[in-house]
Design a protein around this ligand. Structure first.
Ligand code: AMP
Length: 284
């Protein structure tokens, strides 16, 4: 496994692999890898000759300096995991290497970028757009893999690739969960045992909303039930719960049995966690 630290080196290395006719998969991450990341890595390894995993805690996408400072980092442990997975290349640049000059360009995603995460983390998706664009240009993959855990990010990256004709297939993969239902996340490492138990209630709330939605509850009734559930959980502070169209992220206004995404963001022990359930249309 080759560990590369500079943008120039990763560009030349991936370019030479492409010239040898290899197919390339890219898995962008911020490190502190867990089994959720590894589902993306395994899929890429199975579908491409060469997998590049990037590990970069991108300061541009953090609106909260404490969140950036406290973000878990363990490059050596990550490298050991990736070696075992058969990853060919790890790209782990420093901030100075990635942003020799602070980018002037920022990407705007219209309304889809202003709701939910965009509303509560101003500037977040500008930073995601810049870093994902740079990684796609530097690594030149055929396919890039994203988790539906960050549903809004996946949808926006997919639209960015379409709108700007990036020559890449954006692949979205399901949320990997702990046995408790808690969505795996690097940030879970910052939770105590009790915090983990509280955080697993996020999934319980989603399950209750799914049940109501399946029984025909309206979007408002579904959201209200979620808000009531979460407000009853000691140690959990809800930021938002939304019932949206999974394609446009517009609020749903009715329950006609269509595909829907129920998205939640909440704080537990000062750690911000997000989760969602993607509900497929009912089959008659
Ligand atoms: P991160 O390191 O948090 O930026 O995540 C890197 C990639 O892994 C993103 O595409 C995430 O959506 C994805 N990811 C993170 N957690 C999970 C999970 N529990 N299940 C599936 N994908 C995940």
């Amino acid at each position: 496994m080759q560990v590369i630290h500079t943008p120039d080196d990763v560009f030349h290395h991936t370019r030479s692999l492409l010239l040898q006719g290899k197919t390339l998969g890219l898995v962008p991450t911020m490190g502190a890898l867990h089994p959720g990341h590894l589902t993306l890595v395994r899929r890429s390894v199975s579908e491409n000759d060469v997998t590049v995993v990037s590990i970069f805690v991108n300061p541009l996408q953090f609106n909260n300096p404490d969140d950036l400072k406290n973000y878990p980092r363990d490059l050596q442990a990550d490298l050991r995991l990736l070696e075992q997975e058969g990853v060919a290349v790890v790209f782990a640049p420093s901030e100075a290497e990635m942003y020799a000059k602070k980018p002037l360009v920022a990407l705007q995603f219209g309304r889809m970028g202003q709701v939910m995460e965009g509303a509560f983390r101003p500037g977040h998706f500008d930073g995601v757009g810049v870093v994902v664009s740079k990684l796609l240009h530097l690594c030149q993959p055929h396919r890039a893999y994203f988790g539906l855990k960050d549903l809004q990010q996946y949808l926006l990256v997919k639209r960015m690739a379409q709108d700007l004709s990036f020559p890449v297939e954006i692949v979205g993969l399901p949320i990997a969960r702990e046995a408790s239902g808690l969505a795996m996340s690097s940030r879970n490492a910052r939770l105590s045992v009790n915090g983990l138990a509280v955080a697993s209630q996020i999934f319980q709330g989603l399950q209750q909303m799914k049940q109501l939605w399946g029984e025909g509850a309206s979007p408002d009734e579904t959201k209200m039930a979620g808000k009531n559930f979460y407000s009853s959980i000691a140690g959990l502070r809800l930021e938002y719960v939304e019932v949206v169209s999974p394609d446009t992220l517009e609020d749903e206004t009715s329950n006609l049995g269509q595909a829907v995404a129920i998205c939640v963001a909440a704080y537990v022990e000062g750690v911000r966690l997000i989760d969602n359930l993607y509900l497929h249309p009912k089959t008659p």
